[in-house]
Design a protein around this ligand. Structure first.
Ligand code: NAD
Length: 267
């Protein structure tokens, strides 16, 4: 099945991380122009060329912190001037809770506010701001598809048995602010789907489960054993769902959350 996004202009935030290049490559391969946003300090010409591959003409990297409204306004102007008005937005930038400064693990009652506030600021409010800037532009032009990247943990608590006795901060590998922020992202998608449906903009959440990466091997085995499809997600498992939500294949789908978790959330 081939999805043709020729003529579309897609914006991908957090494009230089683990999943950002997966979304960007899928959109480029489908024919879209892609404007990738990431923190200014990591956005470089060398990375831009590596990411673009053979599609140098259709890929642009723009340095922008999604918590900075002024930087996002500038990024929108740059997007319009180099690629055209945005028609697809993938809100992918996000952070996990930074490790505690003193290296100490903490019980829930002792978690300090600052790291949690930072996660909420980037994942929830940052996503809101990107929608304010790029989504409002789409709504004013009457067309667009927004895919907000959520997480399995926006709707499900991390299972402590998966993390037991591993070299991770007990008792939370994923501290509560992460799930709180991702639940907020799904709520934002529903809110904006209702607000912008009449203006031709669809807004959905794509929530991956555990994506195979550099996790501890014991963790991978436990996670796979608990997953009905018997393994963690490969990056290629995510591209079909993204292209479905980004394209006209899902023309009558808005406000929904698509879990791509191999059935992890079934039990
Ligand atoms: P990552 O940490 O590898 O990449 C995140 C990217 O976002 C980085 O390039 C970083 O520089 C950028 N970023 C962070 N703060 C930013 C800011 N303020 N402004 C602009 N850019 C910023 O993360 P990832 O694994 O690629 O995950 C991408 C998204 O997918 C995240 O929203 C994450 O919560 C979600 N997710 C990931 C997984 C997984 O297993 N990898 C599973 C479920 C959900």
């Amino acid at each position: 099945m081939h999805i043709d996004l020729t003529g579309e202009v897609a914006v991908v935030t957090g494009v230089l991380g683990r999943l950002g290049p997966v979304w960007a490559r899928a959109l480029l391969d489908a024919g879209a122009r892609v404007v990738g946003l990431d923190l200014a300090e990591t956005a470089s010409r060398r990375l831009e060329e590596a990411l673009a591959g053979g599609d140098r003409e259709r890929f642009t990297l723009v340095g922008a912190d999604i918590t900075d409204r002024g930087a996002l306004d500038r990024a929108l102007r740059r997007c319009v001037s180099v690629a055209g008005p945005p028609t697809i937005l993938v809100n992918n930038a996000g952070i996990d809770q930074p490790p505690s400064a003193d290296g100490q693990s903490r019980l829930f009652g002792d978690l300090p506010d600052a790291p949690s506030a930072e996660v909420l600021e980037v994942n929830a409010l940052g996503t809101l701001r990107v929608c304010q800037v790029f989504g409002s532009h789409m709504a004013s032009r009457g067309r667009g598809s927004i895919v907000n990247i959520g997480s399995l943990y926006g709707g499900l608590a991390p299972d402590p048995r998966l993390y037991a006795h591993l070299p991770m901060d007990p008792p939370f590998l994923k501290p509560p602010a992460y799930g709180m922020s991702k639940a907020g992202v799904a709520a934002l998608s529903r809110y904006l789907a209702a607000l912008w449906g009449p203006h031709g903009v669809r807004v959905n959440t794509l929530s991956p489960g555990g994506v195979l990466g550099e996790q501890d091997e014991v963790f991978r085995e436990r996670f796979s054993a608990r997953t009905p499809l018997g393994r963690m997600a490969l990056r290629g498992d995510l591209t079909g769902p993204l292209l479905f939500l980004a394209s006209g294949m899902s023309a009558y789908v808005t406000g929904t959350e698509l879990l791509v978790d191999g059935g992890f959330s079934c039990w």
